[in-house]
Write a new protein. Structure first.
Length: 252
């Protein structure tokens, strides 16, 4: 019965929202960092900042468990602000670049934009080490706001990446609008690249397009040596995935 289903769903959502509130109050919204390596040198040149929630039992939960439901409540922006704080703070302790995910929801919110500008000012000597990764988002309400934001932060030296590239159809059009510095090739294409010619052809197309446009490429979900070798041969610039390291805490 659909009403029983809805009731169970609502109850579960309330539990998640309560868990998020407790985690925010106790500073248990934390950032894990996954290395991104230069394919030519095999040296870590960047880390992607990834949000995690530590619950009251000490379990570390990935964003799938809480992030979408948080968007229904008022806590989503607070999570974003906490992640931004964590991510910028880590700049003082590492020498690599740091990559931070932003959704259109984040950028369209004036309060979040103000926090971002404030952080960029506070860390003005490190802006060239910051990458904002824009998440593929069908719910963009105000394209102009996002475009202005991108232009403004790029002037400050921040790099712009488009995440999950190759997964959707709107990509190329949006790409030309956003003038990104980096394309992150969607993990589902990379995962199947060994046995699937379709995936391989798409990745090759993206790489050759990116090279012509002077755009850096990063492959996500690089899970083993075989995948890495294919990507390296194709000329993908960077790799990220369990073959090189999972998301972890950086201990200061």
């Amino acid at each position: 019965d659909s009403s029983i289903k809805e009731h169970i769903e609502a109850k579960k959502n309330m539990e998640v929202i309560k868990m998020v509130k407790i985690a925010l109050d106790n500073y248990k919204i934390v950032s894990y960092f996954q290395p991104i390596i230069n394919n030519k040198t095999k040296i870590i040149e960047k880390y992607e900042s990834l949000v995690r929630l530590v619950d009251e039992e000490g379990n570390v939960l990935s964003p799938y468990a809480f992030l979408d439901i948080s968007k229904k409540g008022s806590y989503y922006n607070k999570i974003t602000h906490r992640v931004l704080e964590n991510s910028f703070k880590i700049l003082e302790h590492i020498s690599t670049k740091i990559s931070i995910n932003l959704s259109s929801l984040d950028i369209e919110k004036e309060e979040t934009r103000d926090i971002l500008y404030e952080l960029l000012e506070r860390y003005s000597s490190d802006t060239s080490r910051i990458v904002f990764e824009l998440l593929e988002d069908e719910s963009v309400k105000d394209f102009a706001v996002i475009k202005r934001f991108i232009q403004k932060v790029k002037k400050l030296g921040v790099m712009i990446a488009i995440d999950d590239f190759g997964a959707g159809y709107s990509n190329f059009e949006r790409l030309l609008e956003f003038e990104p510095d980096i394309l992150k090739i969607d993990g589902s294409l990379i995962k199947n690249i060994v046995n699937d010619t379709y995936s391989r052809n798409i990745v090759e197309t993206i790489v050759s397009f990116a090279r012509k446009q002077n755009i850096i490429t990063i492959a996500e979900f690089v899970e083993n040596e075989e995948i890495f070798n294919i990507l390296n041969e194709m000329g993908v610039d960077y790799s990220q995935g369990y073959y090189f390291g999972e998301p972890k805490k950086i201990y200061i």
